[in-house]
Design a protein around this ligand. Structure first.
Ligand SMILES: Cc1cc2nc3c(=O)[nH]c(=O)nc-3n(C[C@H](O)[C@H](O)[C@H](O)COP(=O)(O)OP(=O)(O)OC[C@H]3O[C@@H](n4cnc5c(N)ncnc54)[C@H](O)[C@@H]3O)c2cc1C
Length: 504
């Protein structure tokens, strides 16, 4: 049994399988260290209905459908939201200690688009606390092998069935394969395809590109979520620090440099409107005022440093004191709503290949993810996938004759790949951002084809293999976003194309 990816999705699945099937040999891999992931960066928390008096499953369901703007799969939303409380209780039984209120009940935070306080959290570092618990629990199982710095290159296929994956061991710089009756991709998001993102370096869409190369269905890649409030630092490129939505839930207001509020001009929910509405509003205000950012005013929040200690420290580290000055913010690429298409059990269109977490498209988020619904999706789909796999017979694999990538002896300088990566990111940010146009999408696709042809002329060596495949994967994800954006003829949720305005 092979699980590629050690975020909340992959680790949860590994624990569940290891517990229920001590006879199985489970390998879980990560291309970096085990705590380097989108999961570790999650701040806000996990959305779930934990207070049946002031909240209900029906309300969470309606909020999710509303945010998804007509593109959620209602049966999936229903199945996921109904499991919320069970998954939180399970995490607590594994040792997770979310914040509690003085009443000793869970302290539930409110976030944009939610009609009730329902976000279970651990200060403003929920992801890190979850990952440390999951890593501790998984280490108790002798039948789980953890391989960090194992970069998955491609899937191994035999007669249209997935039979494992090929890897580059980044320690020894050796290529090898892991054969497996069942393989699960839990490789996370693809924010790195843009020049400014809240995602870490590892989020380069590898799983989506790998699955596409093997022939899996990839859907709804045009639905990229931009987080409205990443910390804006002049001249910054690459990874941007996130100022969680929970800060607005706690009373912060979006303002212009002259301290004027503007969100009420766009939505009656003001600063608490869903992400897509806020991101578009900020992008329009940036254009109107010809400034690169707006501001988040937290000065009225008395307990800022206690409720958001991590955000407070990060702001101070950048020379901004949220208690005395407004925080400069701008939108950044944040979450991939589309991905490898799966059913409710996380099965993909390829036999014996599953996908869970952010790399999967399940139908939960539709055109726009409701805040804190993604960690919930990770937990539920890891559970559903485990339920599907636990009763299976894990027969020995027949010999499969795995194909490893062809290698060159000559090295291409690393700078060559860095230039390609930068170009992909800049093209995507300029042409496939919050507001899109067909003409720009088409031009961007042409530029991607040129970059693809340049890459095709090069055979990587062992030293450049990871960089080569990183660029290849970023290119594949970029092309999917551009192609699927061109095909979408109706605006919805986070997707906004000028050409579609009259059609809406
Ligand atoms: C700053 C930030 C804040 C967020 N806050 C929240 C929040 O409050 N609530 C919420 O619900 N969601 C939040 N999200 C989104 C959420 O964190 C992610 O969607 C979720 O954690 C993804 O989990 P995952 O397990 O699918 O992937 P990840 O956690 O990203 O893990 C991916 C794993 O795959 C591995 N991997 C990738 N490619 C390869 C490869 N080629 N070979 C081997 N291994 C590979 C990586 O090394 C990593 O271990 C936030 C995201 C960010 C970036």
């Amino acid at each position: 049994m092979l699980i590629i990816g050690s975020g909340v999705a992959g680790l949860t699945l590994a624990i569940k399988l290891a517990k229920a099937r001590p006879d199985l040999r489970i390998t879980i891999t990560s291309k970096s260290n085990f705590s380097d992931s989108n999961s570790s960066l999650a701040q806000g928390g996990v959305a779930a209905v934990m207070n049946a008096v002031e909240d209900s499953v029906q309300r969470h369901l309606e909020d999710t459908l509303k945010a998804g703007d007509g593109w959620c799969k209602p049966d999936v939303v229903n199945a996921v939201i109904n499991q919320g409380a069970a998954r939180i209780h399970e995490l607590i039984s594994w040792g997770w200690e979310p914040d509690t209120a003085p009443s000793r009940k869970l302290d539930l935070a409110r976030e944009g688009g939610h009609s009730a306080s329902r976000v279970v959290h651990s200060k403003d570092q929920t992801g890190q606390s979850l990952i440390s618990v999951l890593l501790k629990v998984v280490s108790d199982f002798p039948n789980v092998t953890k391989l960090n710095n194992w970069f998955s290159v491609d899937l191994l296929m035999h007669e249209k069935q997935c039979v494992g994956a090929s890897f580059l061991n980044l320690y020894s710089q050796e290529l090898s394969t892991i054969s497996a009756i069942y393989t699960v991709l839990a490789t996370g998001g693809a924010g790195q395809v843009y020049a400014l993102t809240t995602n870490p370096d590892v989020a380069s869409g590898d799983g989506i590109a790998i699955a596409q190369r093997a022939g899996a269905n990839i859907s709804f890649m045009e639905f990229v979520q931009f987080h409205p409030t990443a910390l804006y630092i002049k001249g910054q490129k690459g990874k941007a620090f996130l100022i969680s939505e929970a800060v607005r839930g706690h009373g912060a207001e979006l303002k212009l440099a002259n301290e004027e509020t503007f969100m009420h001009r766009y939505d009656e929910r003001g600063s608490l409107a869903p992400r897509d509405v806020v991101a578009r509003a900020i992008s329009q205000e940036k254009l109107r005022t010809k400034t690169p950012n707006v501001f988040l005013d937290c000065r009225e929040i008395q307990d800022f440093e206690t409720v958001f200690p991590h955000i407070y420290q990060q702001c101070l580290a950048h020379g901004i004191n949220p208690k005395t000055e407004m925080i400069p913010v701008a939108p950044a690429a944040h979450y991939m709503c589309g991905g490898i298409a799966t059913d409710l059990q996380a099965r993909t269109s390829i036999h014996h290949l599953f996908a869970i977490g952010e790399c999967a498209y399940t139908g939960l988020h539709g055109a726009n993810r409701l805040a804190s619904n993604s960690l919930l999706e990770n937990l539920v789909f890891a559970h559903n996938c485990a339920e599907d796999l636990i009763p299976q017979k894990f027969e020995e694999l027949k010999s499969t004759n795995p194909r490893l990538p062809i290698l060159s002896k000559a090295d291409v300088p690393a700078e060559f790949y860095q230039v390609i990566q930068k170009e992909i990111q800049q093209i995507m940010s300029a042409n496939a951002g919050i507001v899109r146009r067909n003409i720009e999408l088409k031009n961007a696709l042409k530029e991607m084809t040129t970059l693809e042809n340049t890459l095709l002329e090069i055979t990587p060596s062992l030293t450049t293999m990871q960089l080569h495949f990183r660029c290849k994967n970023l290119l594949a994800v970029a092309q999917l976003i551009l192609q699927q954006s061109l095909l979408r003829e109706q605006n919805a949720g986070g997707f906004y194309k000028i050409d579609n305005i009259k059609k809406k």
